[in-house]
Design a binder for this molecule. Structure first.
Ligand SMILES: O=C(O)CCC(=O)C(=O)O
Length: 286
């Protein structure tokens, strides 16, 4: 649970870093899954001639980057929708991802803010942010700018958590303190690769710009109007991260037609307790 001073900061500034939210080893299963996907994808990419090497001895924080760098056509290898990123980006549904989304320590933090009825929100992302990769440098934005406006009054707890220590050098997030009180129209075509909706410097309300390095096992909490961006990764390794969200199941998610799942509730029969249960929601959604 958050302490009352942490709650006060989250509500007044619109963000909070909790450096020791859960044991870093709680991420081992997910990192294990990602290692397996990096390996499987690399073997297939070598057999297709897309890349030269699988780099089996390279550790998790660098392996995918070394593999991509080995490609003769780096642009093709670095296609975020392509083979090397299969099961490594976006809205991945897997056993370990379900495990992180239902991590009791994370749900305790969320419960401190929105109470015991908790929906794991349908909008979430796995991100592998490689060094010197323009397409993963995210410009200033509010998450609400990416949701339908009916979610405007839904209190959300947006949790950003790194799978390696996130630093200024490898592209941690930066927030505008107090910006959660504003709602600002977003513009298409921003970011160094022009691939994101976002806000220009001129759009920003006043408020301190605060860099938010987060160690592995820690989290950055923001709200759905908190203005934030991610910095370029100028390190030699990948900044792996998840951004996941939680909200009150009784309130609009801003993602009509995409199911979230009940992760905690006073009515135990409502709680989804397995990946299969989460998958089943997609089968029953028209
Ligand atoms: O992880 C990143 O680089 C960007 C994350 C972000 O902007 C978000 O979670 O809304």
């Amino acid at each position: 649970m958050l302490r009352s001073d942490q709650m006060d900061t989250f509500l007044s500034d619109g963000y909070l870093v909790v450096e020791d939210a859960f044991p870093a080893s709680d991420l081992d299963d997910l990192i294990g899954e990602f290692n397996g996907s990096v390996e499987d994808n690399a073997i297939e990419a070598v057999s297709q001639g897309l890349v030269e090497h699988t780099y089996p001895d390279e550790p998790f924080p660098t392996r995918l980057a070394r593999i991509v760098e080995s490609a003769a056509d780096r642009f093709a290898a670095d296609d975020l929708g392509g083979l090397l990123y299969r099961n490594l980006t976006g809205k991945l549904r897997s056993p370990a991802m379900f495990g992180v989304l239902t991590n009791p320590a994370l749900l305790d933090i969320v419960e401190s803010v929105i109470g015991r009825e908790i929906l794991a929100h349908p909008q979430f992302n796995v991100r592998a942010k490689l060094p010197a990769q323009d397409r993963t440098v995210v410009p200033w934005h509010q998450d609400l700018g990416y949701l339908q406006p009916d979610a405007s009054d839904t209190m959300m707890v947006n949790i950003w958590l790194p799978l390696v220590d996130a630093t200024e050098e490898n592209g941690c997030l930066e927030v505008v303190s107090g910006s959660h009180r504003h709602l600002i129209d977003h513009t298409h075509g921003l970011g160094p690769a022009g691939n994101f909706k976002g806000l220009t410097d001129e759009d920003l309300p006043s408020g301190d710009h605060v860099l938010c390095p987060v160690p592995k096992g820690g989290v950055l909490l923001i709200q759905h109007r908190t203005i934030h961006r991610s910095l370029p990764n100028v390190s030699d390794h990948i900044r792996w991260s998840l951004d996941i969200r939680y909200s009150d199941p009784a309130m609009p998610t801003g993602r009509d037609g995409v199911p979230g799942f009940i992760a905690r509730s006073n009515a135990p029969q409502r709680v989804v307790t397995s990946l299969e249960g989460w998958d089943a929601l997609f089968e029953s959604t028209p």
